[in-house]
Design a protein around this ligand. Structure first.
Ligand code: ADP
Ligand code: MG
Length: 738
């Protein structure tokens, strides 16, 4: 009797099983049944060629007239262009970088094609349509009629596995399954009015009606949310069950001395967040808290206070930063804020003081050794570092607190790696400057409690943002450069940000959250983007000499990017911070955390190439002092384009939460979840963390109610089995990444 674990060889035969495995990494019945149709073609509701209108979803029955492959001018990649006909009218199908489609779409073949109708150079077309070809030699009516029902599933296909072939395999797999046991308890299914697992799998692949397909899909989407939330709920229980040293702040220690030095009062929001953290630190169970707040909302001060509270209790604290530049900034900032308090044990230092260490990959071996020694001996109370902190040689005398900055770049695993360096579980505080909608936080950081800083401290200056359309209003760009000069004359400093390091730097494309294929498609598809493609994207290496010889002549300029050596980067950042440079031409290395209060202006070139949140982060670098900040978003995008709409949205609001939501709605799931995507999260096939908010909240509720009654799932062995599988994969993905 077949189950979801049964290998497909016994169901579809050796040859097909091998192709499924090679092409789609599908090896069991379960894998195959989780390869869901992308859409359904509804038989009998075919559109007439003549009636196709731009922007509409359409399904057509057509015959291939010709297929050509051509290069995309000026860049890597090819376009496959297929002309199909219904006997009277013609339509073009386009595919980007899928040369293999040429073989599939041979002249004379017939099939169903589904997609969104677009218009390109005056001709109607379907870009990347889904299609079902009728196997050669088959009678058309018989072939279509052969499918189980009225709704024909269209699967994500590959060169060797057309959709109809996958549909055939699915049918065999469904037929082989018997008495499938549902891992979701019956009472939950009843409560939510969901079909059982067998019905859901059947209906999602071979729907009897559109409604049945929808309900099946919802149930299967809910499954993903439920397993994820159960996994996280169990992890929360497990983490909090551990005991550790409490780190109650002292009234007369280094924290109190630090507060005396602070030139400002904490805001009401900061005080409230601090109370939450102090309560956690005073408990004998470890803290797991996410501190979120916009750039400049004062998170770092709070984190430093938590670190000092731990030093007060005789322990050590570590701050993990995602880049060397950031680690260095934190280190210098801490030194400045602590002053003599950071010179504990040194002549002239304070008796309440401690020492701060910096540990990054670019230290020499001898320097690293020395730092390792100082950390192990406990002489260093606070250590700031990059991934180097996670390496083997690092041992703490008594690690009491781990602060992780900009967590979205780290996975759960890395947090765990640092935790494992403590004899007792340390308290953990995660800081993120990208405000995250609640359900995303629940999915990425579901095991953490959340504190939020909503307001910026008083005295922070507002940032004004303007969009500069470089093509339609070139005089505005000229004016922008004049403004840079004026800003410098007034004693301020300016960042100029470009999307790439040098002109032929394809690797940077990845940063825009698009695959090269998508980018090529986007460009070929709209006239607007053709114009963009014609204007080369700005790069630091090109821009710097142009500006230096041209509009910014006479200013003290330097360039900064990730390909410089760490010492060079450090020297340049230091010079900029010290005011001996006026203008920094840079990539996004300055994206997070960098704090130069005298910088008052930022010009972002090709701003449309950056994500909404990224732009918001970038502009947070200016207006950090007493001068109002100015940010100019330079773009070649057309007035009416989506890109322009996004830039206008960024210019119109400084509410990080609103922008973050806007950003996430436009991204693909993998990018939303970022590096947290591997392991458990790689199981999300149907679930979309923004779209499925209600479902995730429901799943969280159900998961918590289950674990409250049955914290080790002993009464639900099926569900327990599913969770164990997830745990194994989470562990495996961690080991792989190490
Ligand atoms: P974040 O880490 O959230 O980006 P920081 O903690 O770096 O924010 O604070 C940004 C700036 O605001 C720093 O220069 C900091 O010294 C200052 N700051 C923090 N809290 C206050 C406050 N309560 N009042 C005035 N300035 C503050
Ligand atoms: Mg910061």
């Amino acid at each position: 009797m077949a189950t979801l674990e049964t290998r497909l060889v016994s169901v579809v035969g050796d040859k097909t099983a091998k192709v499924l495995d090679d092409q789609l990494n599908i090896s069991t019945i379960g894998d195959l049944l989780r390869h869901y149709p992308r859409r359904y073609v509804v038989r009998g509701e075919l559109s007439d060629f003549e009636s196709l209108r731009e922007g509409e979803e359409a399904t057509i029955f057509a015959k291939v007239e010709s297929t050509k492959v051509r290069r995309i001018p000026g860049r890597k990649g090819v376009i496959v262009e297929t002309i199909v006909t219904d006997g009277r009218a013609k339509l073009t199908l386009t595919f980007f970088n899928q040369a293999w489609r040429e073989k599939d779409l041979r002249e004379g073949r017939q099939g169903l094609f589904a997609g969104k109708v677009g218009v390109f150079k005056g001709k109607r077309q379907l870009a990347h349509p889904d299609y079902l070809l009728i196997p050669e030699g088959d009678d058309v009516d018989a072939a279509i009629g052969d499918f189980a029902g009225k709704f024909l599933p269209v699967y994500p296909a590959t060169s060797k596995l057309p959709s109809w072939k996958i549909a055939q395999c699915v049918r065999l797999a469904l037929a082989a399954l018997e008495n499938l046991v549902d891992y979701v308890p019956n009472e939950i299914l009843e409560q939510l009015n969901y079909p059982n697992l067998m019905t859901a799998l059947k209906e999602v692949h071979e729907p009897t009606s559109a409604e049945a397909a929808d309900r099946a899909r919802e149930r299967l989407t809910f499954d993903e949310a439920l397993l994820m939330q159960l996994f996280l709920s169990l992890r929360r229980i497990e983490l909090r069950a551990a005991t550790t040293k409490h780190r109650t702040p002292k009234n007369d220690g280094i924290l109190a001395a630090f507060d005396q030095r602070l030139p400002f009062e904490l805001t009401a929001g900061q005080k409230q967040v601090w109370n939450e953290i102090a309560a956690d630190l005073s408990s004998s169970h470890p803290m797991y808290r996410l501190l979120q707040g916009d750039v400049g909302s004062g998170k770092t001060i709070i984190a430093l206070r938590a670190m000092l509270a731990v030093v007060d209790s005789g322990g050590q604290a570590a701050l993990l930063a995602p880049t060397e530049v950031l680690a260095m900034q934190h280190y210098q900032n801490f030194k400045k804020l602590l002053g003599e308090l950071a010179e504990g044990g040194m002549l002239g230092g304070s008796s309440q003081g401690t020492q701060i260490g910096l540990l990054t990959g670019s230290l020499s071996l001898a320097e690293k050794k020395e730092m390792h020694g100082a950390i192990a001996s406990g002489n260093i109370g606070i250590v700031v570092g990059t991934h180097a902190l996670l390496s083997e040689g690092v041992e703490f005398e008594d690690l009491g607190l781990v602060v992780v900055d900009e967590q979205h770049r780290f996975g759960v695993e890395q947090r765990d790696a640092l935790r494992s360096k403590a004899t007792q579980p340390p308290h953990v505080l995660v800081m993120t400057a990208t405000p995250i909608p609640r359900t995303v936080a629940m999915t990425i950081f579901g095991d953490l409690d959340v504190s939020t800083l909503r307001e910026l401290p008083l005295g922070r200056s507002p940032i004004t943002t303007h969009v500069v359309p470089a093509i339609s209003k070139p005089q505005h760009l000229q004016r922008a450069w004049q403004r840079v000069v004026e800003e410098v004359k007034n004693g301020h400093q300016v960042y100029i940000v470009a999307p790439r390091i040098s002109a032929n730097d394809e690797s940077d494309l990845q940063r825009f959250g698009l695959t090269p294929e998508e980018l090529a498609m986007a460009r070929a598809l709209s006239d607007e983007d053709e114009k963009v493609a014609a204007t080369p994207m700005s790069s630091v290496e090109d821009l710097h000499p142009q500006l230096e010889a041209g509009p910014l002549k006479g200013l003290r300029m330097a360039k900064l990017h990730g390909r410089l050596r760490a010492e060079e980067k450090e020297a340049i950042m230091n010079n900029f911070a010290a005011g001996s440079l006026d203008v920094l031409v840079t990539t996004t290395v300055i994206e997070v955390g960098v704090d130069v209060p005298n910088a008052s202006m930022m010009v972002i070139m090709d701003a449309d190439r950056f994500g909404v949140s990224q732009l918001h982060q970038l502009r947070g670098r200016v207006g950090r002092g007493t001068t109002p900040g100015l940010c100019l978003l330079v773009t070649n995008s057309a007035e009416e384009s989506d890109a322009m709409a996004r830039l206008n949205a960024v210019a119109a609001t400084t509410d990080g939460f609103e922008l973050s939501r806007l950003d996430l709605e436009q991204r693909r799931e993998g990018d939303v979840l970022g590096s947290a995507q591997s392991g458990v999260r790689s199981h999300l096939r149907l679930l979309r963390v923004i779209r499925d908010e209600a479902l995730i909240l429901k799943a969280r509720e159900v998961a918590d109610s289950i674990t409250q009654k049955d914290p080790d799932l002993s009464k639900l062995p099926q569900l327990r089995g599913e969770i164990d599988k997830l745990r194994q994969e989470e562990r495996a993905s961690y080991l792989e990444k190490r």
